[in-house]
Ligand binder design. Structure first.
Ligand code: HEM
Length: 157
């Protein structure tokens, strides 16, 4: 690689880094965690988690049934949206994390929610392909991601 090419690659990487940084940092603000003050509604993250929860409960039954593929697909697609949205939020537990550890906490959370999204997309492909064994495997993977994620990023589990 010539020196000019190396400089070009370095510049591109630098720009990508600069573009990504504010996205990660913006979500550090504790204000972004809670719904508006006085609002008794769930946090936005809880709302997305409830979509995941309802979907998992439905899938448990649907993946065992014959001819429930279409219905299963509908839930999986809704869950993908919920996982993508939740990925960009900040877990309330962040307030309890020391400043030095906040970046690691938030990026760890984000990567795990990205894995949830990937597994849901893979489940969508499995269902399209009528590969129910693969869909069931992914369901088990998602259950494990939930357990691990809650152990690390929530306070009461
Ligand atoms: C299929 C997977 C998952 C399901 C079904 C699920 C389900 C839930 C449910 C039912 C709640 C409680 C919502 C409420 O109180 O109304 C919750 C909360 C939460 N979950 Fe998950 N979850 C999943 C994956 C994950 C993963 C992978 C992580 C972390 C990487 C995570 C992090 C959290 C956090 C931080 C909360 C607390 C939200 C808040 O208090 O505002 N979850 N989840």
């Amino acid at each position: 690689m010539t020196r000019r090419m190396v400089a070009g690659v370095a510049l591109t990487l630098g720009l990508v880094g600069l573009m990504a940084a504010p996205t990660v940092l913006r979500s550090y603000s504790p204000q972004s965690v809670r719904a508006e003050e006085g609002d008794k509604a769930d946090t936005p993250m809880e709302k997305h988690m409830e979509v995941l929860d309802k979907g998992m409960k439905k899938l448990r039954r649907l993946l065992r049934k014959k001819d429930a593929r279409e219905e299963a697909l509908e839930y999986v697609v809704k869950m993908e949206d919920a996982a993508l949205a939740a990925k960009l939020l900040t877990p309330p537990m962040m307030e309890k994390i020391s400043t030095d550890d906040q970046e690691g906490f938030l990026t760890g959370y984000r990567k795990e929610m990205a894995s949830v999204t990937i597994d849901l997309l893979e489940m969508e492909i499995a269902l399209i392909d009528r590969d129910m064994d693969r869909a069931k495997q992914l369901y088990e993977k998602l259950k494990k991601l939930k357990k691990d994620g809650h152990e690390k990023y929530t306070e009461d589990e």
